[in-house]
Design a protein around this ligand. Sequence first.
Ligand code: ATP
Ligand code: MG
Ligand code: MG
Ligand code: MG
Length: 481
Amino acid sequence: MDTAEIRRRFVAHFAEDTSVGAHAAVPSASLLLDDPTLLFVNAGMVPFKPFFLGQETPPYDRAVSVQKCVRTPDIEDVGKTTRHGTFFEMCGNFSFGDYFKEGAIRLAWELVTKPLADGGWELEESRLYPSILDGDDEALQLWKRITGVPDDRVIRLGPKENYWSMGVPGPGGPCSEILYDRGPAYGPDGDFGPKGEDRYLEIWNLVFMQDELGAVRSKEDFDIIGSLPNKNIDTGMGLERVAFLLQGVENMYEIDVMMPVIRRAEEISGKRYGADHDDDVRLRVVADHVRSGMMLIGDGVTPGNEGRGYVLRRLLRRAVRSMRLLGVEDRVLPELMPLSRDKMGETYESLITDWERISTVAYAEEDAFRQTLRAGTQIFDLATREVKQGGGHTLSGERAFALHDTYGFPIDLTLEMASEQGLVVDEVEFRRLMGEQRRRAQDDARSKKGRHRDASAYRAVADRLGRPVEFTGYAETVSEG
Ligand code: ATP
Ligand code: MG
Ligand code: MG
Ligand code: MG
């Protein structure tokens, strides 16, 4: 079943549902919503936040959406796990003070188990495991009653996994997940911890928004100060994850909308996907980053040195560099991105109508990066040779700073290239030098237009803490150099 059909069935299931009433089908919002806690929309609930927070009255009691999401914190997992994209689509159903746990559990279970012929996905029931927040007896009883699974098939997880909040006072609540057992080839029996996630794939997260939270000190340490007058449902299901299960492939990068990029990358690199682990990771990174980069440009991001622009720059550059590591020195984006456009354009038509603009931005960034590499690589090679000849393992902070300052090498690039050479970088010294320079430039920067507000808010916090910030809940951060 192709991804488009899986998406269609999700929406149809909720838009047409009669047992709790129909859900309003709401189109995906842009990745760039104006939310001071987020660089990008990273979950289906984000556009509905004002409703959940009681700031606005929803025009409907129930909604269904398939939301474009970007999660930059997942970037290091891309291609290494089977299931993390920097861009992905989150299918979700939402109740604003309407149905609650019972309805959410029943509707989700129905869709995943319903026969293909009846519009469902027909996942084998014996492979499905619900999880609950340990102690959420209400959810436990509902899962058992509605689905008939025995008590020991319901996995109890702690608040770190299965309690949702936004990391600040406000709504919160326990979650239930649906996990799919891919079988013993993917890990040992019964390991539902982080190591077992390759075998027990998390496909759907149901959030039961029921609590009013006071102080939230961490994912596991928060004060529940009351019950919400209106209880809400927020669910999120990874479209690509279900697609890779239903398409019988090994991971999300091999699904119908992503594989053509891998195939083209194989052709131009002469590498064969499946022949070498490291090359496979690179090919998957290429497929992911080309798509994410394109989707970000599509929604209006342009490459830059901070905030959203920097995320885009990093994605495109990592795609280009991955292709270099596969042996391709020629321009690659004009070869690869049109394949992603053809697939994603079936759902997001503006990719086609805006292609002139999107491709111009992407290809210009590749050209600029090629220029950067031409200028800086020699200096980088010289520096690493010196370090190695001196018997050292560390590229100094001054070198990294000079590469950044003079040749525009972002620190991530220096880190990645150094690690390929078996070296580490004195990041502490690098950050100190960057801080110094930043202070010098601060007055100037403050008055400069076009600086992204979200990014500067993050930077202020990051600076204060002296490290990239990690918010709980749906917030995300970007590390930048
Ligand atoms: P995981 O534990 O696998 O990282 P998560 O718990 O961070 O997932 P949620 O925040 O619960 O994910 O998001 C809801 C759903 O969105 C997940 O159950 C999963 O199917 C999907 N999803 C989350 N992150 C990604 C990603 N980076 N790429 C693809 N799908 C994702
Ligand atoms: Mg995650
Ligand atoms: Mg999870
Ligand atoms: Mg989850």
